[in-house]
Design a protein around this ligand. Sequence first.
Ligand SMILES: *Cc1c(COP(=O)(O)O)cnc(C)c1O
Length: 399
Amino acid sequence: MEKLAIEGGYPVRSGKIYYGRQWITEEDIDAVRSVLESDFITCGPKVEELERGLCEYTGAKHAVVVNSGTSALHCACIAAGVGPGDEVITTPITFAASANCAFYCGARPVFADIDPETYTIDPESIEAHITERTKAVVAVDYTGQAVKVREIREICDRHGLVFIEDAAHSIGTSYDGKKVGSLADMTCFSFHPVKTVTGGEGGAVTTNNDDLYKKLVLAHTHGITHDEALMEDAPHEGRWVYEQISLGYNYRMTDFQAALITSQMKRLSFFSERRKEIVNRYNEAFAGLPEIIVQKEIPESDTTRHLYVIRLNKELLKCSRAQFFEAMTAENVVPQVHYVPVYWFPYYRSKGYEKGLCPVAEEIYSGIMSIPLYPKMEDTDVDDTIHAIRKVVENYRKA
Ligand SMILES: *Cc1c(COP(=O)(O)O)cnc(C)c1O
């Protein structure tokens, strides 16, 4: 057996690799440079081009581009009419923004439990948490796998709820042959550098609904409109007239970020294929390793995986998750954990949330970690990751 690096042995590789990273090419840089040298570095044609491109790619009728995935979620909640006294149902195994968006609107996030095999929100648990105050569901395509869209759509329709899909992980994924972005009432994307397509920062909301679209546009730019059809005070004095008709924010994206994202979108199908290739190699490697449990996928989801999450089979291993994590880090294959249940955080505690709300989510959380997955990984990086996991498993295997 190979001696673990954490116990003084040689690490499987000399340079560290991490769970995710961006891939920027010369073409991307040229796209940004040409915007910086142009007349409009914000509120210009590149933002519109990206909005059109997202509609074309996802099949959605409308897209509103914003400055982060978090802003996208906030705008979606505003457009959904979420307000004080309302409740928004989401999953605890997500980035905090999926739940914070409810608080931004004066509403309360409510946590439904997850499916123990797919780790995405469990539709039955959504249904069990609906009250007369529930306004919307924020369902997260965790790791890139589409949520159970059909079941969630049916529940939202039956209870008159707005279905918001947090697709920060899932650009490129399809459900039943339809691209994520065209499925829910509103779909929120993120272009943070760890995500599949990046603009440094950035986000977008897509929708097929004209009314929601108008509200999204207002929310991301101060509630100000230049559209006379929307103005309340007529007649107008001249062409300079605009009106603020609701309270919005400045959540606009710059044109150079939009150009970077449009340039990256050209390689999305390549990114998807490479991610799928790596996922398949991991799946094959771990199929013969009962100590490692892999995430299950629903057949409807054709997934562009953002994260590869392994779950330790605690019955077969004598180490803790933390020991496994440290041993992997010492091998220079640095994992991360996605995510600490959101309601465990001190802020949430201060709002009255307690541990134990979602037992399945807490149990899954206690055994998971994300291993490197990004298109720029070389095959040797994939080999090193598999090697490190095998090595750590062999050293910590029971009996
Ligand atoms: C990254 C992420 C967000 C927030 O996106 P930002 O662009 O970082 O604001 C929201 N939800 C999930 C699930 C995410 O992973």
